[in-house]
Design a protein around this ligand. Structure first.
Ligand code: SF4
Ligand code: SF4
Length: 502
């Protein structure tokens, strides 16, 4: 291992360990002003009453603090539920905000949080960059990189441990954010600088997501420095993540405008037509109306038109945030995708099933919005269906499985099996697109590099051997098959639909 690589790994490990350690820092104390700052006026008296035993008591960990606070609210709710007095039940979940506002000590002062930020996330990011820069000393591309043998990338113990960490992170983020308030406090100063407000768990997530894409994007730029296509599309996903997904929505919030990632397209953005989002935009005046029209135009016009001209790669490999993470953080795992026929059959059923689910759910949501009726046909509860979609698809599939399973099932688990937008783009690409990957069968030496590194599980070699164009709905046009082919057999091209050799 090169000295630079060793230094990078040491810094990354130290920064990561300190980041985990920060979860244990600080103390927690519930105060009257804390309750008044967080709790809605109609609930304040009851929260003051039921949590009186916690007031001004010092907790050394947020676990005990959360247990006491949640226990007090749950006991109160249980009493009214037993009497079926639903209007008295507190449905608002205050535990994250209360825990964050009750935090004292090492992470709460602006100077302290900067110090811990640089010691943890800052050092880990610097270590990741140094580790990647060692790639400049190696040959570009996927050559002798031991991906099939290294325990981090061959479903070995490091990969499994990383996967478990990611799964745990997503479960905490979606369902138990109160246990990660210290991480949120670390990025509070950045949040205040950008949107003039305190950081939420989603700000933390957006910040980490962007940081990871940038650091791993540099790795991608170094590893594929011989390929102009890879360089351009990596810069593109980094740009769209930093600007469209992160900075612009935060600045919009600062200007009291709706928060919107302008490149996130329905049905991937499954909440786009939810009533509170439509109302928020309608109330925001002309900019809100523009956002509404822009989002609808992206779905109904940009997707079919741009996919006709360029294939689904214009979005999946150049713009999308999920694709951006898969292509950067997930690059070391692309060879783990299942290439079997069975996987392809599952893929087709599941991904199109999710698309149908998204369309039906959105139809019900819009029906409720325009008619005011929560139930359709007397038994379909549109609120229950949207929360089922949000839980199983939006949280579990897209987050926990979609990213947490990178080290086991490859980097495009979500894009391949779950993304409804990928299914929509794929239908256009398969039946009405100028995009294809051409193959020069006579040059193919059957090395199998292309199939091995296809993140979508496509048996590229089989097409190459037959001299057949690759026109598959799942192909995201990442171009890696072409970049790793030693014989220049594969070319990503566009041309008249009628000339595709399929
Ligand atoms: S066939 Fe090639 S371009 Fe398409 S997804 Fe697979 S590796 Fe990427
Ligand atoms: S990488 Fe190139 S030479 Fe090797 S099997 Fe694929 S098309 Fe053939």
């Amino acid at each position: 291992m090169l000295a630079l690589q060793r230094l990078g790994l040491t810094l990354f490990t130290a920064g990561f360990a300190i980041w985990i350690f920060t979860l244990t820092l600080g103390q927690f104390q519930l105060t009257s002003s804390g309750i008044d700052n967080v709790v809605k006026p109609e609930h304040r008296a009851i929260i003051h009453d039921r949590t009186a035993f916690m007031l001004n008591k010092m907790y050394d960990s947020n676990i005990a603090f959360v247990r006491d606070f949640r226990g007090a609210v749950n006991r109160y709710n249980d009493e009214w539920r037993a009497q079926k007095a639903w209007d008295k039940v507190i449905n608002d979940d205050y535990v994250f905000d209360i825990t964050k506002t009750s935090s004292l000590g090492m992470l709460t002062g602006a100077g302290h949080s900067w110090l811990w930020f640089w010691l943890s996330m800052g050092m880990a990011a610097a270590g990741g960059l140094l580790y990647s820069m060692a790639g400049l000393k190696r040959l570009p591309g996927i050559k002798n990189n031991f991906q099939y043998r290294h325990p981090a990338t061959n479903r070995g113990w490091i990969g499994i441990a990383f996967g478990l960490f990611l799964v745990g992170f997503y479960i905490a983020l979606y369902f138990y954010p109160e246990y990660m308030t210290n991480w949120v406090l670390l990025v509070d100063p950045i949040s205040r600088a950008l949107n003039a407000g305190h950081a939420s768990r989603w700000f933390l997530y957006g910040f980490l997501y962007t940081l990871v894409i940038l650091v791993m994007g540099v790795r991608m730029l170094i590893n594929y420095r011989h390929s102009r296509y890879q360089q351009l599309r990596t810069i593109s996903v980094m740009f769209f993540q930093v600007s469209f997904a992160f900075l612009i929505p935060e600045i919009m919030q600062r200007l009291n405008q709706p928060y919107q990632d302008l490149k996130n397209i329905w049905p991937l953005d499954y909440t786009f037509f939810f009533d509170y989002k439509i109302n928020e935009k309608l109330q925001a005046g002309s900019l809100g109306i523009f956002m509404l029209v822009w989002g609808i135009a992206l779905s109904l016009i940009a997707v079919p038109v741009l996919t006709y001209f360029f294939g689904k790669r214009w979005y999946c490999s150049w713009v999308c945030g999920c694709g951006g993470l898969a292509e950067t953080l997930g690059d070391p795992y692309r060879h783990l995708s299942d290439k079997s026929l069975k996987a392809w059959k599952f893929e087709r059923v599941i991904v199109h099933g999710v698309l149908v689910f998204a369309v039906v759910m959105t139809g019900l949501v819009l029906y409720t919005y325009f008619s005011g009726q929560g139930t359709v046909l007397g038994f379909l509860d549109s609120y229950a269906i949207r929360s089922t979609y949000g839980f199983y698809v939006g949280s579990i599939f897209a987050g926990v499985v979609g990213t947490g399973f990178y080290p086991v099932m490859g980097n495009r688990v979500w894009c391949r099996f779950g993304c409804p937008l990928a299914a929509y783009l794929g239908l256009v690409q398969r039946f009405r697109s100028r995009f294809r990957i051409t193959t020069n069968g006579g040059q193919c030496i059957s090395c199998g590099n292309c199939s091995a590194y296809c993140e979508m599980g496509i048996d590229v070699r089989a097409y190459a051997q037959r001299g057949q164009d690759i026109v598959r709905s799942s192909c995201v046009g990442c171009g890696i098959c072409s970049a790793v082919c030693p014989r220049g057999v594969l070319n990503l091209e566009v041309g008249p639909v009628s000339t595709r050799k399929i």
